[in-house]
Write a protein that binds this ligand. Structure first.
Ligand SMILES: Nc1ncnc2c1ncn2[C@@H]1O[C@H](COP(=O)(O)OP(=O)(O)OP(=O)(O)O)[C@@H](O)[C@H]1O
Length: 383
C-alpha cells in the first residue's frame, strides 16, 4: 500500500531524501511512500550508498568509512544530503554539506546548527548489513564502534564525550612519544592521566549501562530464534574494572591502573589504559561465539543484537527508529527471515536492499514500495 503522507508506520517516517554528489549519486530525489521500501538492483549500483546517507544523518558517521571524504563523489568538492521526515513531534527537515576538508555544515529545519550535538537525535536508524557479522568475527574495534554508534543515538551527548576522550588520548599519546624520543620529561603526565580518567569514566559508565540493557533483550531474541537451544550472554570487557560502577571507584581504578602501566607506556609511546581498549564478550551457551559459534549461531547472534538494538532505541526514544536492511535477507534462512520480517510488520519504516525480489514473500512484496537502483539512479520499478 502506498501513501502520500504519513502512513501506518508508528514511528519516524522518512518522506523524502535528496542526494547531491554523494558517492555515486549526482543529483537524486527519492520519495518514500510506504512503511516498507525495497531497493532492488545489481551489485555496485548505489543501493548501499543510499542507506549509508540515511545512516549518516542518524549518527553523523558511516559504518563503512570514518572519513567524510569517501562519501563525496570523486573530484567533487562537496556532497549534500537532505531529508524530510515526520516524527510524533511534527515534520522535520535535515540537511548536511560534507566537504573534502572534513568541515561539515549541518542544518535542522533550514537553520545551521553549530554543534553535532544539536543535529543528532533527530533521525534514529538501526542498520543491519552483512558487515555486522564482524561484530562476532572481527576484533574489539568493531564491537566498540557498534557500542559507540548505539550510544550516540540513545544519548547524543555521548558523541561529545567520545570526542573529548579521544582528543585527550591523542594529546597524551603525543606526549608519550615525546617522552620516548627524550624530547620532554614526564612531569606533564599526571595531569593528562587525570583528564583521561575523568573523560574515560564517562564513556565506561555509559557503555556499561548500555550492555546491561541490551543483554537481556538480545538474550531473549537468541532464545526465541534458536527455539530455546541457545543462550546468549553479553559481558562488558572493560579495560578498567572497579568494585562498583560509581564514578569515584572507576576513577580510582583507572588512576591505579594507569600508574601501574606508566613505565610500559613510556617505553611503547602509547596509552595502554582506558576505554579505547574495551571489548564486549559474546558468549553462546557459555563459550565465546567468535571461536566456538557455528556460522548459523553467529548469524542468529548478530540478528539478536540488532533486534535488541532496535527495541532499546524504540524504548528509550519512545518512537520507532528507521530500519535499514542492507542485503541481509538473502543471507538468513527462512526461519530467521520470518523472525525479522515478523518483528518489523508495520512497526518500523524499513528500507531494504536486495539484488533480486524472488526471496520476498508475495504478500509482503505487494505492500512494499519497490524502486530500482541502477548506476546511481533510483527509479520506480515497473509492475
Ligand atoms: N566517493 C565515490 N564517488 C563516486 N562513486 C563512488 C564513491 N563511492 C562509491 N562509489 C561507487 O558506488 C558504487 C557502489 O555502490 P553501493 O556500495 O551502493 O553498491 P550496491 O548497489 O549496494 O551493491 P552491492 O549489492 O554490491 O552492495 C560503486 O560503483 C562505487 O564505485
Amino acid at each position: 500500500m502506498l501513501c502520500d503522507h504519513f502512513c501506518q508506520a508508528e514511528g519516524m517516517y522518512l518522506q523524502h531524501l535528496s542526494l547531491r554528489y554523494f558517492r555515486n549519486y549526482v543529483e537524486q530525489q527519492v520519495k518514500f511512500q510506504a512503511p516498507k521500501i525495497i531497493l532492488v538492483g545489481e551489485n555496485a549500483q548505489g543501493k548501499s550508498n543510499l542507506l549509508e546517507a540515511v545512516e549518516w544523518l542518524a549518527g553523523l558517521s558511516s559504518h563503512r568509512t570514518g572519513r567524510d571524504r569517501d562519501l563525496i563523489q570523486t573530484n567533487q568538492p562537496q556532497a549534500l544530503i537532505q531529508a524530510e521526515m515526520v516524527r510524533a513531534s511534527g515534520s522535520l527537515e535535515l540537511g548536511a554539506i560534507l566537504r573534502q576538508s572534513g568541515r561539515r555544515s549541518l542544518l535542522v529545519n533550514g537553520e545551521l546548527v553549530a554543534r553535532s550535538l544539536d543535529f543528532l537525535g533527530h533521525l534514529n536508524a538501526v542498520q543491519f548489513s552483512s558487515l555486522d557479522l564482524d561484530l562476532v568475527r572481527g576484533g574489539p574495534t568493531e564491537r566498540r564502534a557498534w557500542l559507540d554508534r548505539v550510544l550516540t543515538q540513545l544519548e547524543p551527548i555521548y558523541a561529545h564525550l567520545w570526542q573529548t576522550y579521544h582528543q585527550i588520548l591523542r594529546q597524551r599519546n603525543a606526549l608519550l612519544k615525546q617522552i620516548l624520543n627524550q624530547a620532554t620529561d614526564a612531569s606533564q603526565l599526571p595531569l593528562w592521566n587525570q583528564q583521561l580518567a575523568t573523560a574515560g569514566v564517562r564513556l565506561m559508565r555509559r557503555r556499561h549501562r548500555l550492555i546491561e540493557r541490551l543483554g537481556p533483550l538480545a538474550q531473549a531474541w537468541q532464545e526465541k530464534i534458536s527455539d530455546h537451544r541457545e543462550n546468549l550472554a553479553l559481558n562488558y570487557g572493560a579495560n578498567v574494572t572497579a568494585a562498583t560502577q560509581a564514578p569515584e571507584d572507576l576513577w580510582q581504578a583507572f588512576m591505579e591502573k594507569i600508574q601501574a602501566r606508566t613505565v610500559t607506556e613510556q617505553i611503547q609511546g602509547t596509552t595502554l589504559v582506558g576505554p579505547h581498549r574495551d571489548d564486549v564478550e559474546l558468549l553462546i551457551n557459555d563459550s565465546p561465539a567468535r571461536q566456538y559459534g557455528s556460522q548459523g549461531q553467529q548469524r542468529t547472534l548478530v540478528l539478536a543484537l540488532k533486534l535488541a538494538e532496535l527495541e532499546l532505541i524504540e524504548a528509550v526514544i519512545g518512537e520507532s527508529p528507521l530500519l535499514l536492511l542492507d542485503d541481509v535477507l538473502a543471507e538468513l534462512d527462512l526461519h530467521r527471515q520470518n523472525q525479522l520480517l515478523g518483528t518489523i510488520e508495520n512497526r518500523f519504516q524499513t528500507i531494504i536492499t536486495t539484488t533480486h525480489l524472488g526471496a520476498f514473500d508475495p504478500a509482503w512484496l505487494s505492500s512494499a514500495q519497490v524502486m530500482t537502483v541502477k548506476a546511481g539512479l533510483v527509479s520506480p520499478t515497473p509492475p
